[in-house]
Design a protein around this ligand. Structure first.
Ligand code: SF4
Length: 311
């Protein structure tokens, strides 16, 4: 049983399109800071086409085409790129950029910004580095309790996009208990893709005896999908592709639920189905769910370069 929706979100599609379109328009190599999205298969495919992945801009030759990943970057990285005269194409997901802007607005309003997210994640580093004031990171309710701020501090929170409303509810409730003047983004400002994939895996957990989440180990949203399956009491595993399927997991299992993180291509879901088929006959169905229609526009310079359709 396949979850609906699963796999690529609009931000990931846009980021991959930016690399492909940049290669088509400017030729190889193009440089990408960090993995464009957290998936090795995607990265390898783009590398084969001429993308070069670097962790630091110091590895990019002056003037070269440089793409920032979907996770966003800190302000110092943007300044560094400008100083080195790099030709930047920004693949930061518009929903991540929206969080940056919310944070900046709160600072302008004189508030102490608190970011709910995972330490060390590139999106969190980018967001903290975009906001022109010190940002406090909280990962747990205990972190909220440990904040050295008075109850009257004017506080605002923002959240990492790959956490959903459900994930952050307990932390936000703790913030509300601690601070009398707290503001945060509207509920419908969270990432639609994260919320939809998490709702779908909860639905899947009601009927599946086993859940397989296709995604990379370093993909935050994929790890979260696996945790949600496990929290619902269903044995749940995160696998990169069909080669990681352990036949012992499916022994005696009738319904296998499969989903995929926002950075996992559908072909990897097919590789898991193929691996299951090698163990015995299977019927494949898709659990009815939300049909997504969100699309994000490419940067203007790439849109202009798209070939004119002959139709
Ligand atoms: S998961 Fe959400 S925030 Fe992250 S890239 Fe996809 S659409 Fe953007």
């Amino acid at each position: 049983m396949l979850a609906q929706p699963r796999g690529f979100c609009a931000g990931v599609i846009r980021a991959i399109d930016i690399v492909e379109q940049a290669l088509a328009q400017y030729g190889a190599p193009v440089y990408v800071r960090h993995e464009i999205v957290h998936n090795r298969h995607v990265v390898e495919r783009l590398r084969a086409k001429g993308a070069r992945f670097v962790e630091h801009l110091s590895a990019v030759p002056a003037g070269a085409i440089t793409i920032f990943s979907a996770h966003g970057v800190a302000r110092v990285v943007e300044i560094d790129a400008r100083t080195r005269d790099l030709h930047v194409l920004d693949a930061t997901c518009p929903l991540v950029a929206k969080v940056h802007n919310q944070g900046k607005r709160y600072v302008k309003d004189g508030r102490q910004v608190i970011l709910v997210g995972h330490a060390g994640h590139p999106e969190v580093e980018g967001t903290m580095g975009q906001i022109p004031a010190p940002v406090l990171l909280v990962q747990t309710v205990a972190d909220v309790d440990a904040l050295e701020l008075s109850a009257e501090t004017r506080v605002a929170y923002i959240t990492q996009t790959t956490l959903s409303v459900d994930d952050t509810r307990a932390i936000i409730a703790a913030l509300e208990r601690r601070f009398s003047d707290l503001v945060g983004p509207d509920i419908d400002d969270i990432c639609y893709a994260t919320q939809n994939r998490q709702s779908a895996v909860r639905q899947l957990a009601r009927i599946a005896d086993l859940i397989l989440v296709v995604g990379a180990r370093n993909s935050s949203n994929s790890n979260r999908l696996r945790e949600i399956g496990a929290e619902a009491g269903v044995p749940s595993h995160l696998i990169a592709d069909g080669s990681e399927l352990d036949p012992d997991w499916v022994a005696g299992v009738e319904t296998v639920g499969i989903t995929a993180g926002a950075s996992a291509p559908e072909e990897l879901v097919h590789s898991v189905l193929d691996a299951l088929r090698r163990l015995g006959p299977i019927d494949v169905a898709v659990l009815p769910g939300i049909e997504e229609s969100v699309e994000f526009r490419l940067p203007a310079e790439l849109i202009r370069a798209l070939p004119v359709s002959s139709g």
